[in-house]
Design a binder for this molecule. Sequence first.
Ligand code: ADP
Ligand code: TMP
Ligand code: ASP
Length: 255
Amino acid sequence: MGTEKRTYISSGKAKDIYENSNDTLIFEFTDRVTAFDGKKKSEYHDKGKITCEIAEYWFKVLENNGIPTHYIECPTPTSMIVKKLDIVPVEVIWRNYVAGSLLRRYEAGDIVLPEGAEPKEGSPIPGGMIEFTTKFEAVDRPVNTDEIISKEWLNEEEIKYLTDLTKRINQIISQELADSDIILADFKVEYGRTSNGEIILADEVGTPDGCRFWNKDDFEKGVITSLDKDVFRKDSGDLTLTYRKLYNNLKKTNM
Ligand code: ADP
Ligand code: TMP
Ligand code: ASP
């Protein structure tokens, strides 16, 4: 399968999207990075290549573990051919530790933390937790299952299916990382419907754009060292160097 016939469709915040055939797309992973709903933007050398390679690795691991995904192949180091889907208008977030918007929403008095979790970055969430956010609104916001059902984004059975699938994805990635120096703190995934109605994993998975990864050694000493996009969000390090560090760690024990 080549990339010769591709027709440009659109650009997202990090990827350019091309049509490859009636039922496949090509994602071009670019060096663009954004945060805070696009308000903060930049470009980092090699980001596209590193995220594409990491996403490809995790798609293969997940497929080998029985998770249905849109991944077909990577014809170049920065491009991925995927099945064209009707994207579910809900993003799914899995959290193993307290961080990011969960802590911010707790501090603002908007939510209570799950039982057993402390209001501190890095506090484990016993059993983990799932959250949903909107996907196609100008600013993504948390949504509860009642709203998801009433807006007909997903039905009750589909929510249960995607909850189980996301939990399984967390188990598979966390298990794969068991012998590495990396902790999976949380992540976001997207799903889409195929033409015959099956819901499968879409977009990208396991990349430092869509996950929080922490250095395990440092974490055990009480220090959180981010190996993900938090270095860009917080201006705490160079994104290319950070993503390369994650990639090299994965190469050592996994890829
Ligand atoms: P965003 O601006 O949403 O962060 P990206 O730059 O990551 O987007 O571009 C990818 C876009 O393609 C996203 O809007 C994502 O929902 C969408 N997408 C992901 N997988 C598929 C698929 N298999 N079919 C159609 N659209 C997809
Ligand atoms: P949050 O703490 O900002 O809600 O993010 C939780 C995880 O989901 C974190 O790993 C970043 C990821 N994420 C995305 O990749 N895209 C998004 O739009 C959001 C809200 C989160
Ligand atoms: N939803 C956030 C944004 O659009 C995601 C992030 O911070 O990565 O900026």
